[in-house]
Design a protein around this ligand. Structure first.
Ligand SMILES: Cc1ncc(COP(=O)(O)O)c(C=O)c1O
Ligand SMILES: N[C@@H](CCCC[NH3+])C(=O)O
Length: 433
């Protein structure tokens, strides 16, 4: 298992994260447990902040909170000077409750409800990223009713097909997100926006997909979007002030993933924007990006305890752990590949190939497939790496399993930031017949 951030193997042969021995964490908090390396999250924020800068172009890093959001995470993101992308009333509510500066909140969603838009407009968030024409009418009506003006970006689909899992591509021509840049109506929409007294149209947003490991896709996005901005500027006589290029920067999950060197990528992206704008004699738009996974994925490790093990009649070795697809649905959903180790025996010889599976009543309830491990015993601790993104945020109560606790670890200290759910939590919204 590849070690990230502050992970290391200590003198007892135990996995340590944030200078905390994983066996101590398990004694203190139980399992399953999401352990987040606070130092690595902060370092990742800093990497974006320091490398996505240019003396000519204004930039902004907006953390895509769908990857992992809690009150504590909002505080961390604010402390690191990033802005926040939310995609629902629930995410917006979390940010508001955490006192996140409202002008640094960007709201997404392809089907925002009237209530969500009202909440966003009344709160005075920084930008609404508008997905479609119908939403524009809703926004205008709400602004009228509350006598408010809101700044928006229009989400467009640049028609770029990325090499990632089918379910996390977002700019195929058939994608549900945004308005196609090839839609003939797009210039009318921009013209209407420019004369709308309730809407301050700032520019465009595009997001080409997630877990992208090919830097050319981002450069293609820049080319297509800058060409589009030139066309809009000419046809609508308007200056596009902002361009949000979304997130999608891929990370290492297993040996097959070769992440892009982020420092180079971020620099190249800004260089390409500059040369395109120079070529077209356009003013430099402010450039935003929305990393989610690349900030938190490698910082997360899930700790489980081994229950029983089983060798099937066909010879397959299973290790049963006390979690499952309810705390990590990504293997079931996207055939994701994870790495794992026995956290209390990191130096032991690997003895076989095991599939780590959970306790949900589903054959697809697999956490990590065909992993080399020492023979696991009851009570051993299994660590699964790179679970910081889209694990806690996509967790469910399937089979009425309580959601695990989340802790931050740093410099030998651990802090619970989400308490473990109880059976009482599970039934708290049920009403008797
Ligand atoms: C609009 C938008 N922005 C940002 C992100 C974050 O993507 P990632 O976590 O891959 O960086 C997503 C998710 O794919 C998204 O839909
Ligand atoms: N949930 C997906 C990513 C979707 C990103 C949001 N548009 C994943 O776990 O990989």
């Amino acid at each position: 298992m590849k070690l990230f951030g502050t992970m290391k193997i200590n003198e007892l042969g135990h996995l340590e994260i944030g200078k905390c021995d994983s066996t101590d964490l398990v004694k203190k908090y139980g399992t399953p447990l999401y352990v987040m390396d606070e130092t690595l999250i902060r370092d990742n924020c800093k990497l974006f902040k320091t490398n996505f800068t240019s003396k000519n172009i204004q930039t902004e890093i907006i953390y895509a909170s769908k990857a992992f959001l809690t009150l504590a995470m909002c505080t961390l993101i604010n402390e690191e000077g990033l802005s926040l992308d939310v995609v629902s009333g629930g995410e917006l509510y979390t940010a508001i409750k955490a006192n996140f500066p409202t002008h640094k909140i960007y709201m997404h969603g392809n089907n925002k409800t009237k209530e969500e838009l009202t909440m966003a407009i009344k709160t005075g968030i920084g930008r609404i990223i508008v997905d479609n024409k119908c939403e524009l009418d809703l926004i205008e009506n709400i602004c009228k009713a509350y006598n408010k003006k809101i700044s928006i970006l229009l989400r467009v689909n640049p028609g770029i097909e990325t090499n990632t899992h089918e379910y996390i591509k977002t700019t195929k021509n058939s994608s549900k997100f945004g308005i196609s840049i090839f839609d003939k109506d797009i210039f009318n929409i921009v013209n209407k926006l420019n004369s709308n007294k309730y809407i301050d149209f700032k520019g465009f947003h595009s997001h080409i997909g997630s877990q992208i490991l090919n830097e050319e896709s981002f450069y293609e996005e820049i080319n297509v979007m800058m060409n589009f901005i030139k066309e809009v500027s000419e046809k609508c006589g308007t200056t596009i002030q902002e361009l949000n290029l979304g997130g999608g920067f891929g990370v290492y999950y297993s040996k097959k993933d070769r992440p892009i060197n982020l420092k180079n990528l971020l620099k190249n992206m800004l260089d390409k924007i500059k040369s395109k704008a120079d070529e077209f004699k356009l003013p430099y738009p402010k450039i935003m990006i929305e990393p989610g996974r690349s900030i938190v994925a490698n910082a997360g490790t899930t700790l489980y305890q081994v229950g029983c093990t089983k060798k099937t009649h066909s010879g397959k070795h299973y290790v049963f752990v006390d979690g499952g697809m309810n705390d990590n649905p990504r293997t079931a959903l996207y055939n994701a590949q994870y790495e794992a180790a026995i956290a209390n025996r990191m130096n032991d010889e690997k003895e076989g190939i095991y599939t780590i599976t959970g306790r949900c009543c589903e054959s697809g309830d697999i956490i990590a497939k065909d992993i080399s491990l020492p023979h696991p015993n009851i009570g051993d601790i299994i660590a699964v790496s790179t679970t910081g993104a889209y694990n806690y945020s996509m967790a469910s109560n399937y089979n009425r399993l309580p959601r695990p606790s989340v802790i931050f670890v740093k410099n030998g200290n651990s802090k619970c930031i989400v308490r473990r759910e109880t059976y009482e939590d599970i039934i708290k919204n049920d009403l008797p017949l």
